[in-house]
Design a protein around this ligand. Sequence first.
Ligand SMILES: Nc1ncnc2c1ncn2[C@@H]1O[C@H](COP(=O)(O)OP(=O)(O)O)[C@@H](O)[C@H]1O
Ligand SMILES: [Mg+2]
Length: 228
Amino acid sequence: MAILSATDIVKYFTEPVRFQVLRGISLSVEKGEFVSIVGKSGCGKSTLLYVLSTLDTDYEGTLVIADTLLTGRDQEFLARFRGEHIGFIFQFHFLLQEFTILDNVMLPALKLGKEPQATIHTRAMDLLHRMGIAEYAHRPAKQLSGGQQQRAAIARALINQPTMVIGDEPTGNLDSENTAIVLDLLEAICHEMGQTVVIVTHDTEVAARSDRILTMADGKIVGEHRTR
Ligand SMILES: Nc1ncnc2c1ncn2[C@@H]1O[C@H](COP(=O)(O)OP(=O)(O)O)[C@@H](O)[C@H]1O
Ligand SMILES: [Mg+2]
């Protein structure tokens, strides 16, 4: 069953000159699948992720996630949809620096307002344990290292148990030990929880841990490789 299907995605940037950054991308991702996207810098990977995560609505083509047509929806609908279904791990984490790590992780779930605070607290602490940063839960984000903040940002992306996790170089700031921890967790949420992960990476070892590797070049998908 496809949880995500994107059809003929085309996108132009107009500044400084008009150019076509995405040149007819179609892709389908199964529920429970872990997909990685690789390709040279500048080929359009981040741009594609912004479209797939509904943050960018300025494109042609259609996007369907979890049986919901997302193309043409208004911002309010999309914000609500993202809160429930999409966890996005940005290339540069944007933790609220004055807030504690725990508050940062709990915030998206408190915003959604579907569960009691105690339930959210328990799940947030569990994620922080898995990420190896539980001891920093009550510290303000600004006191943590870049790698620790990155792991907190990953915990935050997972707090609502999103249908899809979309990550742009989610392990980019991490050493090999912490990269392994994050990959174990991403693999587990796919294969045990039936969540779905799509990440961009330039690390071939990270890509090799996914189920399927898509290669992009010049705004197109030019290759596909199943690892299992
Ligand atoms: N907001 C923007 N306006 C104009 N050009 C952009 C913008 N964002 C990215 N680009 C250009 O689009 C191309 C693809 O960018 P990007 O998706 O970030 O590539 P990747 O993530 O694969 O490195 C690059 O040539 C980049 O310079
Ligand atoms: Mg990029």
